[in-house]
Design a protein around this ligand. Structure first.
Ligand SMILES: Cc1ncc(COP(=O)(O)O)c(C=O)c1O
Length: 388
């Protein structure tokens, strides 16, 4: 029987890449050797010490029953310990930390906890799409804030319409940033707090990539004075420990905001599998050089890609963090035409910048989630097309 989808689904922006997706599937089906630089998903496995903690947790029958939505106290304590060591941010594990089924889940649900229908959320663009869809699913309205190269892909607070800021209730920020790889300074976060307090905004900071850095370790939004009065931060084990499939993350910060999110979640999910929380604790308490080696690996991949593409005339500046490189398209081309050309002529998949929002037009995103040798192959293939 045909059925009509809910309006909230119809309000999502149209999917722009059906054609590229079809071509990509066709190329793979034809047996072409496609190099996929499109996916922001670590290609290396989760480390053994985390898998071993999962095994031990799975043999403990207490993990076989429903978990609590907020997460085990031992998990919340491990998160608080990690935030203290890593960012110098002291969190109360009882009231300022909960677990999430991946940070995407928390980001998507948070607007339901704080926005009423017709409320406004300031959403940066280009952006990770759930800020937009979570806002729309709450019946609220995104007001887009352009992130531009001129402003280092940080919001330009002076350029935000004061009427929109005054009417808004929530603002999303995400540094280190997907897709632009931009980083934020402590001074930027201080400006965010100032702006949010001026306009009475709640701030939702997404710090999923804070451990994937190559220069100065990024700070947490919550380290900014006053941030905890108005802010919640979403963090995740996914990228740091190669755990995207495990679905475990944390929301931390203002106790009322954390409690509001937990209240929504308790109606929708029943927490993270206890053995996965044990695995996450092992990751958070790890003192080995695992994360350092990950950083070194991504840095080597980044350098191979950026040096190679710069030699071909691209403006491929080396990002200071994340495993993404955000590159302006060649003169006279668009995001879509560049990506189509890379697929048709080089068998390379990258992501068109406009897929992250209109201001992403004129860029494409490369994910450093294949081995360095494959990145070298990709550069060689591009040399044939762009090498003059
Ligand atoms: C900016 C950003 N935030 C959050 C996530 C979600 O990560 P997870 O749901 O695995 O914690 C992603 C995933 O790609 C991301 O790019």
């Amino acid at each position: 029987m045909p059925f009509d989808r809910a309006d909230r689904l119809k309000k999502l922006p149209p999917y722009l890449f059906a054609e590229i997706d079809t071509k990509k599937r066709a190329a793979i089906a034809e047996g072409r050797d496609v190099i996929n630089l499109g996916i922001g998903d670590p290609d290396r496995p989760t480390p053994d010490f985390i898998i071993e903690a999962l095994e031990r947790g799975a043999r403990d029958a207490s993990t076989h029953q429903y978990s609590s939505t907020e997460g085990k106290l031992s998990f919340r304590r491990a998160v608080a310990g990690w935030y203290e060591r890593r960012f110098g941010v002291t969190l109360d594990p009882m009231n300022e930390v909960i677990s999430m089924v991946g940070s995407k889940e928390g980001i998507g649900h948070f607007p339901l906890a704080v926005l009423n229908p017709s409320d406004i959320a300031l959403v940066p663009e280009p952006c990770y799409p759930p800020y937009r869809s979570g806002t729309i699913f709450a019946g609220a309205v995104p007001h887009y804030v352009d992130l531009t190269a001129e402003n280092n892909f940080l919001p330009d607070f002076d350029a935000i319409d004061p009427r929109a800021a005054g009417a808004a209730k929530l603002m999303f920020i995400n540094y280190p940033n997907n897709p632009t790889a931009a980083v934020a300074t402590p001074e930027f976060y201080e400006r965010v707090v100032h702006f949010a307090k001026k306009y009475d905004l709640i701030v939702c900071s997404d710090a999923a990539y804070s451990e994937m850095y190559f220069e100065v370790p990024p700070t947490s939004f919550l380290a900014a004075p006053g941030a905890r009065d108005i802010g919640i931060e979403m963090h995740s084990l996914s990228k740091t420990y190669n755990m995207t499939g495990w679905r475990v993350a944390m929301a931390v910060g203002n106790a009322d905001l954390v409690a509001a999110l937990c209240s929504i979640k308790s109606n929708l999910d029943s927490g993270v599998f206890g053995a996965v929380q044990e695995a996450a604790i092992a990751g958070l308490n790890d003192e080995s050089d695992f994360v350092d080696r990950q950083r070194a690996m991504y840095q080597a991949r980044r350098d191979t890609l950026c040096d190679g593409l710069s030699a071909l005339g691209f403006n491929a500046a080396k990002p200071k963090a994340t495993f993404y490189v955000w590159i302006p398209v060649p003169e006279g081309m668009t995001s879509t035409s560049t990506c189509e050309m890379l697929l048709d002529e080089c068998d390379i998949v990258v992501t068109p910048g406009n897929g992250f929002g209109a201001p992403g037009e004129g860029f494409f995103r490369v994910a450093l989630t294949v081995e360095e040798s494959r990145i070298r192959d990709a550069v060689q293939r591009m040399k044939k097309v762009f090498g003059g």
